[in-house]
Design a protein around this ligand. Structure first.
Ligand SMILES: Cc1cc2nc3c(=O)[nH]c(=O)nc-3n(C[C@H](O)[C@H](O)[C@H](O)COP(=O)(O)OP(=O)(O)OC[C@H]3O[C@@H](n4cnc5c(N)ncnc54)[C@H](O)[C@@H]3O)c2cc1C
Length: 473
């Protein structure tokens, strides 16, 4: 019997992981359609002036499923480096190590903050009785006002562009891994030698940039027979009208449209886009629900400097109000690169909305904005930026606005009515997930693919398991 033809939309980790598994398990013929000229999506890498750069700070977290990690290790070999985490957070004008170290909590924390947090930890708090729980009420109840007001709330305002009270309680559950004092203490204790696992305080990083994970998955999938089409934007997908009908996926490449027939479509592109590109669906697409769901955009401002290294830190986390960027990373420090000598690049993350004036600002102006924020944070640039490059991510983070669940459910139910169609990945499930989570979804999807077609009951079990994903920073 001929194998089904699965057309995968998007060549980020989710799409490539799916293609890799389907081909290496020999479960389907696979074509992957990607609008960009390279693979990896938000988890890709690119070259600039002799530097390998990621789209913001990216690291592979040791929490990755062991089977998936074993595949990544096998594919990357010696190129998968184990690196110590060496970041810091700016808190009330002081730097403390991130991940938090016990010694820093005693010696470096601002006294008022330390006493306030200790008092909050000891004092019992009652759940707020005004209205349904939100990001703000959940964290305020579990962590108290000191940690929330100094760190989580200003950070949340910058990252998602909303007041914490407007965000769903789900955002606190999924996005804040230390969302109680118990978890916070456990995290800190793991950093004490002998208390954590051998990987505590460490991360994994490919020598060739984070995007190397996606590149090796793409290479392996192609070696196993997958057809990867870069520069192919999916413009529409016509649903089958009968059981033997194929999906008709229309792509645009170099201004020319072509149609591809598929037995199944696996989509990893933003689920909100599906209501506009899917045609001939039996059920009316819930466009209002899609319009009500919001992604936060992000500007990545890369600043080239003529110094060997700016600082020894991999990332600086900047929650403070009055500083617009949220994180500054130095890509050379992720893979301990010494080349190019005498030059480094900094990557500043500036969350925003696509209708903010920042979104269309010239690189030189954004370079000045970053320089000003770094001056305010006490780490001024050693000289004017030699060059500035800007990359724009329109869909960096899903925003879990209070009540978003109803809109997501409406979309999810509609997608379920589409025959032989799957939506997964960070964009496809509106999940604020890490790369290892996106890969877990891809592996799960391929596991559901049997000789009798796609096992939807098994997929429903996987979906329940994905609910437990918590983002690692
Ligand atoms: C600033 C930042 C920092 C992060 N840091 C980390 C980290 O440290 N560790 C970690 O594990 N994760 C991190 N992540 C998350 C990580 O980037 C994602 O988990 C990962 O990219 C999700 O993969 P995906 O394939 O689901 O989605 P994506 O990477 O978004 O891939 C979707 C793909 O679909 C393509 N596409 C969209 N529309 C179309 C269309 N119409 N036609 C064809 N193709 C289309 C896109 O071009 C893209 O390639 C970070 C994310 C951001 C934004």
């Amino acid at each position: 019997m001929a194998q089904p033809h699965v057309v995968v939309l998007g060549a980020g980790p989710a799409g490539l992981g799916g293609a890799y598994r389907l081909r290496t398990l020999d479960r389907a013929r696979v074509t992957v359609l990607e609008r960009n000229a390279s693979v990896g999506g938000n988890a890709g890498s690119f070259e600039w002036g002799g530097h390998t750069l990621d789209f913001g700070s990216h690291r592979l977290h040791p929490a990755c499923d062991p089977d998936i990690l074993a595949d990544i290790r096998r594919l990357l070999g010696d190129d998968l480096l184990t690196r110590p985490r060496h970041g810091r957070i700016r808190l009330r004008g002081r730097w403390i190590h991130f991940p938090l170290l016990p010694v820093d909590l005693f010696l470096r924390l601002d006294r008022r903050f330390a006493f306030g947090a200790a008092r909050d930890m000891l004092l019992p708090r009652r759940a707020s009785s005004d209205g349904p729980p939100s990001f703000a009420s959940v964290l305020r109840q579990s962590l108290g006002p000191t940690v929330c007001d100094a760190f989580y709330f200003p950070y949340a305002r910058k990252i998602w562009g909303r007041d914490p009270s407007e965000l769903s309680a789900v955002q606190a559950k999924k996005r804040v891994s230390a969302n109680s004092f118990g978890k916070l203490v456990r995290k800190v204790m793991k950093m004490v030698p002998g208390f954590g696992s051998p990987m505590s305080g460490k991360f994994l990083y490919p020598r060739g940039g984070f995007g190397q994970i996606s590149s090796v998955l793409a290479d392996e999938a192609m070696a196993a027979g997958a057809d990867l089409r870069l520069g192919s934007t999916v413009v529409s997908a016509r649903a089958p009208q009968g059981p033997d009908d194929p999906w008709q996926v229309v792509t645009r490449q170099n201004g020319e449209e072509s149609v591809l027939h598929a037995d199944q479509v696996w989509s990893t592109i933003p689920l909100t886009v599906l209501t506009r590109i899917v045609e001939g669906a039996q059920a009316e697409p819930p466009r209002a629900a899609a319009d009500a769901m919001r992604f936060r955009a992000m500007l990545l401002v890369y600043v080239a400097l003529d110094v060997d290294r700016f600082t020894p830190f991999d990332a600086h986390y900047l929650p403070e109000e009055g500083v617009r960027i949220t994180r500054l990373s130095e890509p050379k420090n992720y893979a301990a690169r010494s080349e190019p000598a005498g030059r480094t690049v900094l990557c500043a993350e500036l969350p925003c909305s696509t209708d903010d004036p920042w979104w269309t600002m010239e690189p030189a102006e954004l370079g000045q904005l970053v320089a000003e924020d770094l001056r305010r944070s006490g780490i001024p640039l050693p000289h004017e930026p030699r060059e500035v490059l800007v990359r724009r991510l329109p869909q960096a983070y899903p925003i879990y606005l209070d009540g978003y669940e109803a809109h997501f459910d409406a979309l999810d139910r509609w997608i379920e009515t589409l025959p032989r169609f799957l939506s997964y990945g960070r964009q496809g499930l509106f999940a604020h997930d890490n790369t290892h989570h996106a890969l877990a979804m891809a592996y799960g999807a391929a596991d559901c693919m049997g000789d009798d077609g796609f096992d939807h009951e098994r997929w429903a079990e996987y979906r329940r398991a994905f609910e437990s994903h918590v983002v690692e920073d």
